[in-house]
Design a protein around this ligand. Sequence first.
Ligand code: GLP
Length: 248
Amino acid sequence: MNNMGKQVPIPLYYLIKSHLMEIIESGHLKPGDRVPSERELTAQFSVSRMTARQALAELENQGLLMRVQGKGTFVATPKIEQPLAGLTSFTEDMRRRGLNPGARVLSAVEAAAGRRVAQALGVTEATPVFRLERLRLAGGEPMAVETSHIPVNIAPGLKDQAFADQSLYKLLQEHYGIQLVRATQSLEAVPANSAEADVLNVHEGTPLLLLERVSRDTQDRPIEFVRSLYRGDRYRFTTELVRREESQ
Ligand code: GLP
């Protein structure tokens, strides 16, 4: 359909959303400041409660606002900017920002790789693999759920290690002499299911960023296959692009 020349109405919730975005981005409202409630917006813009709610919900999903039960809606702290280029660990990423890294171990087991993991690590499906599922925390706040898979024969005994306060990459390097040097990674958006929403402390359906990474060592052996689910409302991934001769 051709809309040229026709006036396309702008949805009301969108106008409210843009208004709120403007006062946040211009610095009139700062992180931690309270934003007008659903009721206040309803009165101010003469819209229905549903419309006001939609505007607030979208901004919350985008990570600009934060709702605190019984207290109101506030401007959220800015997202964590994470460059995609470096092969860094969660611990290193958090420390670089002056945040205290932490983890809660959700499960740590040895089991047969299975199809998907076997394919990623270049092993057979029956190969024993250590599977570590951790909730990653920054200053006590949940940021991501990471599920790492490492062939048992590459780093035997990992399942007996305490990962609540220990970096996996550091352990691989210092205890097993494994140096990770390169990785391939993909990134896609997924909605949080109820279990993920629960541990990450977000609403079900909140956008999460799924990163899948296969990391290799100096001999080009696949060492770790990881699925990381980062909170889309707390993270923004950045990357640097270079325009090469041949693309011009
Ligand atoms: C990042 C990577 C994971 C890796 C983790 C190690 O988050 N995406 O693949 O397992 O770092 O972190 P740490 O060394 O803090 O345990």
